[in-house]
Design a protein around this ligand. Structure first.
Ligand code: DGL
Length: 271
């Protein structure tokens, strides 16, 4: 048994999709979340800048005694995971492999769409992982750079004309390609699940990066005998690098629970 918390991070609100899954499938675990809200979005930045930010995020999280880290960010996972794993002596899970395994298992016509940030599409990590799993799968990738800023600004609810228009434009090519599976390769996108699902229609299966990586982490903790005692209720603590108010509002709405201790603001430049 290991009582230490699990660290989870993202550039902003997106990693909450992994937190929601972790709270469901590992309710006994304590979670420490960091959202780098002062520097979001990461997705339009260079690989070097993303790695620099990710290293600081990891250093902040490691100021706690953690047993594992979940990188709940597609952009960091696609550009920086091997480097971060090599630099850190604790289990670290990214979102790419678990998400691709699920997508490969789900697709029937072997036409898989993948939407993510520009940095993730450029990195090509999802397409590479899918090709290794099943060379017959055809992958259609599309960067959707406006999704993250819109989500961070609270524009993710059904009926919002701005997000619905943007989604229709971004997803038109996916509809034309006849994909039967769509990877939401950025952890912000499950907040848009209703909108994206509404455009793509019920016959297209949406595979969420945050959710699949939470299952992967569970398997890893079990294999390493790192789980906490199952008869306890775990807690989640939230840190952000900018104002807490808007984060708290969206976080409690999305997680469907009040943040018990509120969120805390930290200065990420100190790490
Ligand atoms: N949630 C991050 C991801 O999964 C968003 C990246 C960004 O900040 O642009 O890629």
């Amino acid at each position: 048994m290991d009582k230490r918390p699990i660290g989870v991070f993202d550039s902003g609100l997106g990693g909450l999709t992994a937190i929601r899954s972790l709270r469901e499938i590992l309710p006994e675990e304590d979670l420490i979340y960091f959202g780098d809200t002062s520097r979001v979005p990461y997705g339009g930045r260079s690989r070097e800048t993303i790695l620099k930010y990710a290293r600081q995020d990891v250093r902040f999280l490691r100021s706690f005694d953690l047993k594992a880290i979940l990188i709940a960010c597609g952009t960091v996972s696609t550009t920086s995971l091997p480097t971060l794993q090599a630099e850190n002596d604790l289990p670290m899970v990214g979102v790419v492999e678990p998400t691709c395994r699920r997508a490969a298992a789900v697709t029937k016509n072997k036409r898989v769409g993948m939407i993510a940030t520009q940095a993730s599409v450029r990195a090509g990590a999802y397409a590479k992982a899918l090709a290794e799993l099943d060379p017959e799968i055809q992958v259609f990738s599309k960067a959707c750079p406006l999704f993250v800023p819109l989500v961070e600004n609270g524009r993710f609810r059904k009926g919002d004309a701005v997000i619905e228009t943007v989604a229709r434009e971004y997803l038109a090519s996916m509809q034309e390609m006849g994909v039967d599976t769509l990877i939401l390769g950025c952890t912000h996108y499950p907040l848009l699940e209703e909108i994206i699902g509404g455009v793509m229609g019920p016959e297209v299966e949406l595979v969420s990066a945050g959710e699949e990586s939470a299952f992967e982490l569970k398997r890893l903790l079990k294999a390493g005998e790192l789980r906490n005692s199952e008869d306890r209720q775990g807690d989640a603590t939230y840190y952000v690098s900018d104002r807490v108010e808007s984060f708290e509002e969206t976080a409690s709405w999305f997680l469907r629970e009040d943040l018990r201790h509120g969120a805390n603001q930290i200065d990420i430049d100190r790490y």
